[in-house]
Design a protein around this ligand. Structure first.
Ligand SMILES: [Fe+2]
Length: 241
């Protein structure tokens, strides 16, 4: 099967499974999550640190100490920095920007990194939960696209071992199928793609519990994937077309 054939196959698989996901959509409760987005506002509200959406001692293999540190220091730090940057941007002059260094340009780059860090951390914490299996429609989509859940797992682990950043399963609006995206920092991503399952592979996400044993951390992550959140995100992404 060549590359184009695989893309076509994936697009067909996504379309077939989408109908089942959308059929399920109305029947599901849609509790507000930190990553649910907000209506467009005429003014930018100050970003707020969302609480962990689970009891921090409830995930086997991921310690409360590490999760609380990750949430408070790394995610919380990104949110606080985002607000600080935006305060400084309010007083920076865009007319002073240019091809070489400028305060405005540097602040805009830092704003994007902090903003993406905050969003990705909320998605990451939002897709952690103990003891879940993928809902049937999501499992069907994953199997049709990747061959099996184990093959998706192998792709995400392979990307995780190579990266220091984020690994994200996305619903890609460009290819109309599921893709695994590997990024090296907060500011790179797959435009037009909707994140479904987010994995943090910065050292701060695992070193407290696992040292340099990234595969050990990955095993614990995989045991704690909140598949219901992944299913809800897939449903929302596919509803947007
Ligand atoms: Fe992180």
């Amino acid at each position: 099967m060549n590359h184009i054939d695989r893309r076509d196959f994936g697009a067909v698989a996504l379309g077939a499974a989408a109908a089942t996901l959308l059929h399920d959509r109305e029947a599901e409760a849609q509790p507000r999550r930190p990553d649910a987005g907000t209506p467009l506002s005429p003014s930018a509200a100050e970003a707020a640190v969302a609480p962990l959406p689970f009891a921090p001692a409830s995930l086997p293999g991921l310690s409360e100490r590490m999760l609380v540190s990750h949430h408070d220091n790394n995610y919380g730090g990104a949110v606080r920095k985002l607000n600080e940057i935006r305060t400084q941007l309010a007083g920076a002059d865009p007319a002073q920007s240019g091809a070489y260094w400028s305060l405005y340009g540097s602040l805009k780059a830092a704003e994007l990194a902090a903003r993406n860090s905050a969003v990705l951390h909320e998605l990451y914490f939002g897709n952690l939960a103990a003891g879940q299996q993928p809902p049937a429609a999501l499992a069907t989509m994953v199997t049709q696209r990747f061959g099996s859940l184990d093959r998706l797992r192998a792709q995400m682990l392979g990307a995780a071992k190579a990266a220091n950043g984020w690994i994200v399963l996305v619903a890609d609006g460009a290819s109309r199928t599921l893709e695994v995206v590997q990024t090296e920092n907060h500011a790179m991503g797959g435009w037009s793609a909707s994140p479904l399952l987010v994995l943090d592979v910065y050292e701060h996400a695992y070193a407290i519990d696992y040292g340099a044993n990234k595969p050990g951390y990955f095993d614990a992550f995989w045991r704690n994937v909140g598949w219901n959140a992944v299913h809800e995100r897939a449903t929302r992404a596919l509803a947007r077309g």
